[in-house]
Design a protein around this ligand. Structure first.
Ligand code: TEU
Length: 472
């Protein structure tokens, strides 16, 4: 079972209100006891933190806010002692605009790094090269008056897209992954892989309908700037490097259907070992709906990777919960995704039934997309609130005021309070995970749905012989 501790919000060791690597290290016993086999840490590299670390200004270091490389090494060795592997987040599509590569690229048209990013002439004075809008609002192009060209960014302007068509960029990114593998990293979660390539002809994207999104932009189909076939070449390249170290690649793969998800494993199983099934997060709580979906994923030929929550979406507790039986529903969901054939990836706090608590006033919003899209888009603060460790001030996350407020529900839903009652969400998670680790059928058994006409979801596992891989 893979666990995602969002480092800002997991545990704060130096009491500055922001979580850090030493904080994660201090909670390794908890993670081991819970039944965690690997942790995926969202970006902890040096960053101006415009997108809370997804704007990396140095791929081969640790942001002082989170600690040092030595702290990272301690975390890896502490985890290893507990048979927990460490996975990092690789922001492959873009860097920060403060990365030295981009600063160099921006400095002049003749810069050696000019072609490391996507620079184009506008269609005319004040006009961007085409109609593409950023998924975080506004145009996907920003004009640089110094060199009189626009640069492309699928996300914020502070996150310029790297040019993956440039072999030097590819090589540099492959080297970054090697550098971390040598340091003991067991693999990467690859961020936003769909957005790696853009149509070189820069065709305008089709506009869908006449409405506007939360940012006031026209709604576009990302036909020419996402999911280009070249993405798979890049993944094959990254996989080759991963194979040198026996590492695993997880993909942030937002797919429309099973057929699309299947492609990410690679035709010869030579791309991602673990493309995430994020479609699961969009289903309503219904046994027949889940059954149909899981049958599709299980039958796709690859090793399924189930995700029900992460740092970008409303927590599963609220999404599947009916407002009355949320704890019970959280347990049903745990039983489901922790026992189906595949690897589950759990977001921190799911095991105690944490809920999403969005800000109620615009001035409290920290996530820029929430500031930009308020009130329609409140941003992602609500699912990033501090981990609720106990019933003391700040839920035991920090002695200082946390960077995001601790929701009132921490009084009932916290690790200490849920460690005693045998029917708590936490105890349920622990019991299921214990079973998962001792029962061969739950580890590598095959999947068969039972009672298909019934509204309840039963299944059976029969042990089969499969090649052992540590991430399974
Ligand atoms: O998310 C990519 C992504 O698809 C987002 O657009 C997602 O749909 C959005 O956050 C929902 O509001 C990844 C990271 O998970 C996210 O935290 C980063 O902000 C983003 O990449 C940019 O690096």
């Amino acid at each position: 079972m893979f666990y995602e501790p969002y480092p800002r919000s997991f545990a704060d060791s130096n009491n500055d209100g922001v979580g850090d690597l030493k904080g994660i290290t201090s909670r390794l016993d908890y993670l081991q006891d819970l039944g965690v086999d690997a942790i995926w840490i969202t970006p902890c590299f040096p960053s101006p933190q415009v997108d809370f670390g997804y704007d990396v200004s140095d791929y081969e270091n640790i942001d002082p806010m989170y600690g040092t490389l030595a702290d990272f090494d301690n975390l890896v060795s502490g985890a290893k002692k507990r048979k927990i592997r460490v996975i990092l987040d690789f922001v492959v599509n873009h860097s920060s605009d403060q990365h030295k590569w981009f600063m160099d690229s921006k400095s002049s048209r003749s810069s050696e790094k000019r072609d490391w990013y996507i620079w184009r002439d506008g269609k005319g004075p004040g006009k961007p090269p085409n109609n593409w809008v950023s998924t975080f609002g506004g145009p996907a192009w920003t004009f640089d008056p110094n060199t009189n060209q626009h640069y492309y960014h699928f996300f914020y302007a502070q996150q310029p897209d790297l040019n993956w068509r440039n072999p030097a960029v590819k090589g540099a990114m492959f080297d970054v992954s090697r550098w971390w593998y040598k340091r003991g990293v067991a693999g990467f979660r690859l961020d936003a892989v769909d957005t790696l390539f853009e149509d070189p002809g820069l065709h305008d994207n089709p506009i869908v309908g006449s409405g506007k999104n939360a940012y006031g932009d026209p709604i576009e189909e990302n036909k020419y700037n996402t999911k280009l076939p070249e993405v798979h070449d890049a993944l094959r390249g990254l996989r080759k490097v991963a194979d040198e170290s026996g590492a695993v690649l997880i993909g942030e793969t937002w797919t429309k259907d099973v057929a699309e998800l299947k492609q990410y494993y690679g035709e010869h199983s030579n791309e991602l070992q673990m493309p995430m099934d994020l479609m699961l997060t969009k289903l309503r709580f219904s046994a027949p709906v889940f059954r149909e979906h899981i049958a599709g994923i299980d039958g796709a030929g690859g090793w399924p990777v189930y995700v029900i929550s992460n740092h970008d979406i409303v927590r599963s507790y609220d999404r599947y919960g009916d407002g009355q039986h949320n704890d019970q529903i959280a347990k049903v969901m745990a039983a489901l995704y922790l026992t189906v054939r595949g690897t589950p990836i759990m977001y921190y706090g799911e095991e105690i039934g944490m809920k999403t608590t969005p800000p109620t006033r615009k001035q409290d919003v920290k996530d820029p997309i929430g500031q930009r899209g308020w009130p329609k888009e409140k941003g992602r603060d609500g699912e990033r609130t501090p981990m609720q460790w106990d019933g003391s001030a700040n839920a035991g996350f920090s002695k200082a005021t946390p960077w995001l407020p601790v929701p009132p529900a921490y009084k009932t839903h916290n690790v200490v309070a849920e460690s005693q009652p045998p029917d708590s969400v936490l105890e349920f998670y622990k019991q299921v995970l214990r079973l998962r680790h001792i029962n061969r059928a739950l580890l590598d058994g095959s999947y068969m749905a039972l009672n298909e006409s019934d509204q309840t979801c039963f299944r059976i596992c029969a042990a089969t012989k499969v090649k052992w891989c540590w991430w399974r």
